[in-house]
Design a protein around this ligand. Structure first.
Ligand code: ARG
Length: 472
């Protein structure tokens, strides 16, 4: 309990504030420094208190703790929660972590009854419970963020269902697509990211409480009751598994890493599109910054940081997987290293999602620049080849060859395909007539790709409506 107030520490000459009896000397200051997690795990306070409330009520219901002691403990926990929320709580590194800090304060407030709260419990099942509860809430928050991002993408996609841009492969103009179709691709990705987070949430929703240190407890506890009180689907089936695995964190981080990768790809596209060389979009002042030396600059810093933060989210996944891989069952203090990478990944992913939603919501597309780029890249060459197959019955390979010659011709004349005169086209393939110009226009090209999941504006509008049903 608290070194300052625990009277029997002085009386018995105990050297350690938490486990007096066994220790003759206090910890080295380096030991305190390497051992303490309170600097970061104080973040778990609300979930720690929620777990303690459930545990306390169960102990009372089972007749393990008297209702008077239980009431005192619950009142003390309420008071501590208030103190922490108001910033009045004095966290102490000598008390290691959030669990001991709260228990020590409880001892100050309610005296002897406080010591009864830890009956049939260990910090091992306590911390595993806290972290699951915390992550469950964070997953819900991230899901809300991803949903808002999808909403921003869907709104822009609807606005630009017919805005033509070059679709790229190998970063080279391939075929015209619509900007709306391109944005809807990300709606699908973020939909799967939400699905992965939901899966991880479903699997983590089992309660470790009652596993105690590793083997369970000799007290007649009711694990179903604590699981239910905390909104878990069921208690963890195996006490050793309950305290020794952090697979739920690794699984979450894997899903988070993939979401970060998706965000990073979108961010990279925003950086490219916003460049003078592309000029496809204009990011708002709210999400760009100037240069201290080059007055003309409008840097897409937010997008670059979203791209840049991906590394630390992936890093968190790797860090925890490596931490766990050599650990014999059950709990090892190594597992205290799970929290900082997890907290960092959650914070930066949430921030990245919100910033991306902001950028997407605010951005303005330059439809004329996109259209010009689609035309400049001969993006309708495939349409021409398909026309030769359909109308002149050429084998596709021959049509491909003839189209290649026409593209070269256009290149030599500095013209788009649609600008080439009919005589020039006929020099390459005499069967071509006026009607070919219908497929050379980029609008015709996208309109023709009306297959399921294709880029035709009518399909994009359907996809927008369907996505609102599926995701929002
Ligand atoms: N601060 C510890 C952690 O984060 C709590 C569990 C400590 N358990 C123990 N046996 N020392 O993992």
């Amino acid at each position: 309990m608290n070194a300052k107030t625990k009277p029997d520490a002085a009386a018995t000459g105990d050297a350690n504030p938490m486990w007096g009896g066994r220790f003759a000397a206090g910890p080295d200051s380096l030991m305190t420094e390497i051992n303490a997690s309170i600097g970061f795990d104080k973040r778990l306070y609300a979930h720690d208190i929620a777990g303690s409330r459930a545990h306390c009520s169960m102990l009372v219901a089972q007749g393990i703790v008297t209702s008077e002691d239980g009431a005192a403990i619950l009142a003390g926990l309420d008071r501590i929660e208030g103190e922490i929320e108001r910033g009045e709580f004095a966290f102490d590194a000598a008390l290691e972590d959030i669990h001991m800090n709260i228990e020590a304060r409880l001892d100050e407030i309610v005296g002897e009854a406080a010591g009864r709260l830890h009956t049939a419990r260990s910090r091992n099942d306590q911390v595993a419970t806290d972290l699951r509860l915390w992550l469950r809430d964070e997953i819900d928050r991230l899901d809300g963020g991803l949903k808002a991002l999808q909403a921003a993408l869907i709104d822009q996609a609807e606005r630009h269902a017919a805005t033509v841009m070059p679709g790229l492969t190998h970063l080279q103009a391939a075929q015209p697509v619509t900007f709306g179709h391109h944005l809807m691709a990300y709606v699908e990705m973020f939909g799967r990211d939400r699905g992965r987070l939901a899966d991880a949430r479903g699997r983590l929703n089992e309660c470790p409480l009652g596993a105690a240190a590793l083997a369970g407890t000799s007290f007649p506890i009711d694990r179903e009751a604590t699981a239910r009180a905390l909104g878990f689907d069921r208690p963890c089936a195996n006490s050793m598994d309950a305290v020794s695995d952090r697979d739920f964190v690794v699984e979450f981080l894997a899903a988070a890493a993939l979401a970060a990768v998706h965000l990073s790809r979108l961010a990279e596209e925003l950086v490219m599109w916003a460049s003078a060389q592309f000029g496809f979009v204009r990011l708002s002042d709210a999400f760009t910054s100037g240069s201290s030396i080059m007055p003309q600059k409008r840097n897409p810093d937010a997008a670059e940081l979203v791209r840049g933060k991906t590394g630390r989210v992936i890093g968190a996944f790797v860090a925890l997987a490596v931490t766990l891989k050599g650990l014999a069952l059950a709990y090892g203090k190594d597992m205290q290293e799970d929290k900082e990478p997890l907290f960092d990944a959650v914070d930066n992913l949430a921030l990245s999602i919100a910033a991306t939603a902001g950028m997407v919501g605010d951005m303005e597309a330059d439809a004329a620049a996109m259209r010009a780029a689609a035309e400049a890249g001969y993006a309708t060459a495939t349409d021409l080849a398909d026309w030769l197959v359909r109308r002149l019955d050429l084998p596709f390979r021959d049509a491909h060859h003839a189209t290649g010659r026409i593209v070269r011709l256009a290149e030599e004349r500095g013209a788009t395909l649609a600008e080439l005169p009919l005589e020039a086209l006929r020099e390459v393939e005499p069967g071509i007539d006026e009607s070919v110009y219908e497929v050379l226009a980029v609008e015709r090209s996208v309109a023709s790709r009306a297959s399921l999941g294709g880029t035709a504006p009518e399909r994009v509008r359907e996809a927008v409506a369907a996505a609102r049903e599926r995701f929002l």
